[in-house]
Design a binder for this molecule. Sequence first.
Ligand code: NAP
Length: 246
Amino acid sequence: MLKGKTAVITGSGRGIGKAIAMKLASFGANIVINDIPSSDYADATCEEIKALGVECIVVKGDVRNSEDVAALIKTALDTFGKIDIFVNNAGITRDGLMLRMSEEDWDLVLDINLKGAFNCIKAVARPMMKQRGGSIINIASVVGVMGNAGQANYSASKAGLIGLTKTTAKEFASRGIRCNAVAPGFIASDMTDKLSDDVKKEYFSAIPLGEFGTTEDVANVVAFLASDMSGYVTGQVVNVDGGLLM
Ligand code: NAP
C-alpha cells in the first residue's frame, strides 16, 4: 500500500510514534525516525524497522528548533529524494491544575506540541508542493476537543493542533497536499502507565469499549490517512478513543 513512499515521523523512537513507523514500514514505506538528540531508543527502533525489509535512517533533532527541523527535511530529501508522508507525533505532558501551573510548563508543552508541528509543516510543505502531493498527519488528542482538568497546557496545545490541521488542509489542498489529525483517547503507553490503578478504572468506566486502546490502534488509522485509500479525506479529525468522545 505504501511501497516506495517516504515517511518522516517525529518523536518516533518509542511509544505511539514507533508503532506508526513500524506500521508504515510494514506497508512498504521507507522511514525517517526523528527523536530528540538524547533519545535512547531511536537507533534500536531503526534496526527493528530495517528488519521489516525497508530502508530506515535516524535524524535526531528537537522539533522546537527550526534549524533542526530544516536539517531533518534536508537529510530525508537527500536520502530518499522525496517526502510523501509526514507525521507530527512528538508530544509531551506537564500536567497540573491551572492555578499551580508554571509559565515554564505552559511554554514547554505549547512549544513542543504546537510550535513543533508548525515548524515541521512549514518546512515540509515546500518539497511537498514541488512534488504536487503529500499527506501530513498530526497526532492530536481527544482532550483538545473535550478539555481535561489538570491539562490546560496540553489540551490547549492539542486544540491548537486541530486548528492548525484544518488551516493546513485549506492552504495546501490546491497543491495536492492533504492534512488530517488523529485524536487518540487513552492509549496504553508510557504516558498512561504513569496513571494509578484507581484513575485507570475510572477512565475505563467512561470508555464505551471499556479499555485503553493500543499504539497499533492509532497506527492503523495513521496508515489509512497516509495512503491513497484516504485520497478524498482532508481537514478531518479522526478519534481513536473507544467511543469516549461522541
Ligand atoms: P511518549 O511515549 O512520551 O513518546 C513521545 C516521543 O516524542 C518520545 O520518543 C520523545 O523522546 C519524543 N519527543 C519529546 N520531545 C521531543 C522534541 N522536542 N522533539 C522531538 N521528539 C520529541 O508519548 P506517546 O504516548 O507515544 O505520545 C505520542 C503522541 O501521541 C503525543 O503527541 C501525545 O500527545 C499523543 N497522545 C498520546 C496519548 C496516550 O494515551 N499515550 C493520547 C492522546 C494523544 P524521548 O523518548 O527522548 O522522551
